[in-house]
Ligand binder design. Structure first.
Ligand code: HEM
Length: 504
């Protein structure tokens, strides 16, 4: 017993001593070094307030033992809009103010590089644009943005329309996990965006099969032992790569590289006229776009379906707006067009409010490439820096009554840098318009053609990896009886009021 007691005391002593040593060392680092940029330099910038937790462990256990949003919100309450912590072996500075997010992502972006765990870079592909900065990133970004720009999207509307119709038809009369149905849809939309609707079903099935193994390994412990999810995912990644190389070779042999995203990447040329990207780099970026497009869009679509169900009057108002659009498509006989999608004012606000409420990307990561001073605080070189989007989106100073789902708030544009669902600056999401288009089209067909009910409770949240309602929101969906509805005259005066107020 005595030996046990001595052992426990020694352990506690070692932990405290190393913590004190560690804290001093960090404080020491805080006093020295040059500054990469920032506001007026204070005499001796200090580290931001906050707790670095236990040596080595930091506050990782606290983060993982509770809702991550509660973890960040409680620290913001205690320390303010800039605070330090230590997570997953890395010292971090958290930034919960719009100005700080702008500083890191826009005005001083060159001082903060993107940072991802090495295992995740290997899984997606090290040449994918989100891992890079500088010239290579800039050139790639222009290509990706071009392939996702307004002209390309206009041409994609019929394809997105067809993908949505087919997803809903497959769901008709069944209970399905909304998240899974939406993942399938987002994958299909990703495929038509990348391959321009020219991919045969066999190839598509091959890509889908391998991609689903890759994503299962993405959030696993990176263990390369045969049989582990990570190992299987890396093997599937190689097969994906092989399939993409075959598609590129076939296009070259036919002399038709195409004007879709794949074609744009394949045909890109540097200033000297030589190909800008190798096939390997193209494949990394294609896998990267699929990855960036799928779970993000599917999670938001899942929340939209829940929010609409939870707010029946709003749903009726959206239904009325979409009924008018349906008339314009000859009662659904013609596909939607870009102009139709641009005319959905209330539906667009529902999407913005869903993006704010769900804030599925709660924060992003950067790493300081030099000692940086911000508002008198030091962000030491090598520290992770995390702009906290969700904290900003849920701050009552910027969004009154932030926990209320209220699309009306978007009748007025949010204050600058307070609404960042797609990030900001050089790495801001180039797929944001495509994602919104997909949501508009889905809502159109859902509310004009179907009814749905949530099966079981939808109040708990799970992370897969983005937050979604528990079990992916199981929903029973069925085609509506249009005749009965029209006769029923379900639009009340309240609903008409809502349409008027939302359309202003
Ligand atoms: C609701 C859906 C989506 C959300 C919420 C979302 C959110 C974001 C955010 C926050 C970033 C910036 C990350 C950072 O700064 O570290 C980002 C980057 C990116 N997103 Fe999205 N995204 C969505 C859909 C899409 C789609 C549909 C595509 C492509 C078809 C896409 C492609 C990308 C790419 C390629 C980047 C990296 C850009 C760069 O590093 O320059 N995203 N996204």
């Amino acid at each position: 017993m005595a030996i046990f007691f001595v052992l426990v005391c020694s352990l506690i002593f070692v932990a405290i001593a190393s913590y004190v040593h560690y804290a001093r060392r960090r404080q020491g680092e805080g006093q020295g070094g040059g500054y990469g940029g920032g506001h007026a330099k204070a005499a001796s910038p200090k580290l931001p307030p906050g707790s670095m937790g236990w040596p080595y462990l930091g506050e990782t256990l606290q983060l993982y033992s509770q809702d991550p949003n509660v973890f960040f919100a409680s620290r913001q309450k205690r320390y303010g809009e800039i605070f330090k912590t230590h997570l997953l072996g890395c010292p971090c500075v958290m930034l919960a103010s719009p100005e700080a997010a702008r500083f890191v992502l826009v005005t001083h972006a060159h001082l903060f590089k993107p940072t991802y765990p090495r295992s995740k870079e290997r899984m997606i592909g090290p040449s994918a644009l989100f891992f890079h900065q500088g010239e290579y990133h800039l050139r790639l970004r222009r290509l990706v943005q071009g392939a996702l720009g307004p002209d390309a999207l206009r041409a994609l509307v019929p394809e997105v329309d067809a993908a949505v119709r087919s997803t809903l038809a497959a769901w008709d009369g069944r209970v399905m996990s909304t998240f899974h149905a939406m993942k399938r849809l987002s994958f299909d939309v990703g495929i038509v965006t990348i391959f321009g609707g020219r991919l045969d079903e066999r190839r598509k099935a091959e890509l889908r099969r391998n991609y689903s193994v890759v994503e299962k390994g993405y959030n696993c412990f990176p263990n390369s032992l045969p049989g582990t999810l990570y190992h299987k995912a890396m093997q599937a990644r190689r097969r994906l790569h092989g399939a993409l190389s075959d598609i590129m070779r076939e296009r070259r042999e036919r002399g038709e590289p195409g004007s879709d995203l794949l074609g744009c990447l394949m045909q890109s040329r540097g200033d000297d006229g030589a190909p800008l990207l190798t096939d390997e780099q193209v494949a990394d970026n294609i896998i990267g776009v699929l990855f960036a497009a799928q779970d993000t869009t599917a999670s938001v679509l899942t929340w939209i379906i829940k929010f609409l169900r939870d707010h029946p009057k709003l749903l009726e108002a959206v239904r009325a707006e979409q009924a008018a659009v349906r008339e314009a498509t000859g009662g659904g006989r013609r596909p939607l067009t870009w102009a139709h999608a641009r005319s959905m004012a209330l539906t667009h606000r529902v999407i913005l409010e869903s993006l704010r409420m769900a804030s599925i990307i709660s924060f992003t990561f950067r790493e300081a490439v030099a000692d940086v001073e911000y508002k008198g605080f030091l962000i030491p070189k090598g520290w992770k820096v995390m702009p906290l989007f969700r904290n900003i989106h849920h701050n009552p100073d910027y969004f009154q009554d932030p926990h209320k789902f209220d699309p009306c708030r978007f009748q007025v544009a949010p204050r600058p840098n307070t609404f960042l669902p797609f990030g900001s600056g050089v790495h801001a999401c180039p797929g944001n318009e495509l994602a919104k288009l997909e949501m508009l089209v889905l809502i159109h067909h859902l509310v004009t053609g179907y009814r749905w009910e949530i099966v079981g409770s939808s109040d708990e949240v799970e992370y897969s990896p983005f937050p979604v309602p528990k079990h992916g929101l199981p929903v029973r969906l069925w085609r509506e009886n249009r005749t009965a509805d029209r006769k029923g005259g379900s639009e009340s005066d309240d609903v008409e009021d809502m349409i008027v107020s939302h359309s202003n």
